[in-house]
Design a protein around this ligand. Structure first.
Ligand SMILES: Cc1cc2nc3c(=O)[nH]c(=O)nc-3n(C[C@H](O)[C@H](O)[C@H](O)COP(=O)(O)OP(=O)(O)OC[C@H]3O[C@@H](n4cnc5c(N)ncnc54)[C@H](O)[C@@H]3O)c2cc1C
Length: 462
């Protein structure tokens, strides 16, 4: 079966004959798009495979490789870069049936799970034993551990605890032409070979399909207290961020929201926003009850200096409501207008203020509303340009504005993507960020894993 020879129906039948009916999904709906849908990215697949074992994943990849068909790994489809979208057909391999916990050893602070385990389900499972898996990307109920590994997902608490890759000690993966490899494992240190584990981390499904991961855990902090400072403008807020970082404690998270974001997402903020709210900083202190309380006092003092108002909730329900609201900011901003083009550039933290103000100006220059929020401590912005999806000219203007944000990030010594990845939406940007030799090595790594360029082709291109 070649793509030229076969219709989608014929591909599906041939795949089902080769690997078994039970693996091939009856329909494709729901497996053709991700969170980039509102910016117009959609795909078509020749077939969707839903394997439930590593051997079944390997059989699908082997068949695709033998028949020259692209393989598109898919987790929860929450990605913001179009990475899981089958932009040029092929077989989508959804990992949602692979949700088993293969090993959970709470006393040794480790767990091995299959790739399709939803992020929030894992976090809840280990929490029952007093442990925490710290990565907390915002769509955790839907995203999967495999998708988090493939994008090296971050989140608010990556500031103190690091992104997903910092918690991965071993991976099982299917690599072209359909071989199962296991690299790393429960062992916490391993420098025997090149670091293939962390080459697969962040590879966006272009090198292989992650089927299981060994993850480190830590005892959950006894308490965590957020402090929220509201400021008149971005310069005052950015000064507060610097003061929080100089406060002598290691905040677990330092988040920000600019004026435009507050205007669109502020209605659901758990407390009334004060008049003149032009910027918000959310910092959190955690640790033992005494440490978290002391940290909270330090953060409160640091954030209060130029603030219009400060909130420091202590009741668990209030804290939960605050983080739930923060998790919903992206969706609230989208809902306020119908669509947005959002890019997750990162800059050195001292350039954050300039990047925030320039994002608003870039929007104005392109005739669209520009705003941002993000993980301030990591210098990671979600620069968003709002659009009405029914007006194609607005989508074009928003895309042009996003392109200007890439220029801005590079001029400030940053990166075109801090956590969402290149996917399809940032293809071509890496070679502007890296020297030519590094780009050659990037291509050589891809070729070494995937000589026929069938593993999520058209994604993460330099
Ligand atoms: C509301 C919202 C908030 C978000 N907040 C954050 C945030 O705070 N931090 C952050 O980093 N991201 C965030 N994201 C983006 C997204 O949730 C992450 O990128 C997440 O890690 C994607 O996981 P997924 O399972 O949905 O992967 P998908 O979207 O299905 O896939 C993402 C990429 O990974 C590849 N992939 C998926 N599974 C595998 C696998 N098993 N093996 C190999 N490749 C695979 C795909 O091919 C694709 O290239 C947010 C998204 C939304 C919608």
């Amino acid at each position: 079966v070649t793509r030229a020879a076969g219709t989608a129906g014929r591909v599906r039948e041939a795949l089902a004959r080769a690997v078994g009916d039970h693996i091939v999904a009856a329909g494709e709906r729901g497996h053709l798009r991700d969170a980039t849908e509102t910016r117009g990215i959609a795909g078509r697949a020749d077939a969707v495979a839903l394997p439930s074992t590593t051997e079944e994943v390997a059989a699908v990849v082997r068949w695709c490789y033998a028949n020259g068909l692209p393989v598109v790994p898919r987790g929860g489809g929450t990605g913001f870069a179009g990475g899981a979208v089958p932009v040029d057909g092929g077989v989508v391999v959804g990992l949602e049936r692979m949700t088993r916990v293969r090993a959970f050893e709470p006393l040794r602070w480790r767990v091995q799970v299959e790739a399709g385990m939803p992020t929030a389900a894992l976090r809840r499972r280990v929490r029952e034993s007093g442990l925490v898996f710290p990565p907390d990307p915002g769509a955790a109920e839907s995203s999967q551990i495999g998708g988090n590994v493939a994008t090296n997902a971050g989140g608010p608490h990556a500031f103190k605890y690091g992104a997903t890759g910092a918690w991965v000690t071993g991976l099982e993966a299917v690599v072209p032409p359909g071989d199962v490899i296991a690299v790393g494992g429960p062992v916490r240190k391993d420098v025997a070979g090149y670091d293939l584990v962390h080459l697969l981390v962040g590879s966006e499904g272009t090198l292989g399909i992650v089927t299981a991961a060994w993850l480190r855990l830590i005892p959950a902090p006894e308490a965590a207290f957020p402090v929220v400072g509201v400021y008149r403008d971005a310069p005052a807020g950015c000064r507060a961020i610097e003061l929080a970082m100089a406060s002598g404690i290691v905040p677990a998270a330092i988040e920000y929201l600019d004026a435009g974001t507050l205007a669109r997402a502020g209605a659901a903020y758990p407390w009334a926003l004060p008049a003149g709210a032009g910027f918000m900083v959310i910092a959190e202190a955690d640790g033992s009850a005494a440490e978290a309380e002391a940290g909270r006092r330090e953060l409160r003092a640091a954030l209060a200096e130029d603030a219009v108002s400060v909130e420091a909730p202590a009741r668990p329900e209030a804290i939960e409501r605050l983080w739930q609201w923060r998790d919903g900011v992206s969706l609230a901003v989208t809902a306020s207008c119908g669509g947005k083009v959002s890019e997750d550039v990162a800059v050195p933290v001292e350039a954050l203020g300039e990047a925030i103000e320039r994002t608003v100006a870039i929007g104005r220059e392109h005739g669209v509303t520009g705003l941002s929020w993000g993980h301030a401590g990591d210098g990671n912005l979600h620069c968003s340009f709002l659009l009405d999806p029914g007006v194609p000219a607005e989508l074009e203007r928003a895309r042009a504005a996003a392109h200007a944000v890439f220029d801005l990030a590079l001029a400030l010594g940053g990166t075109v993507t801090g956590e969402h990845g290149i996917g399809v939406v940032k293809n071509g940007q890496l070679r502007r960020q890296w020297p030519a030799r590094a780009v050659d090595l990037h291509r050589a790594v891809k070729h070494a894993f995937d000589p026929q360029n069938l593993m999520n082709p058209g994604k993460k291109l330099p």
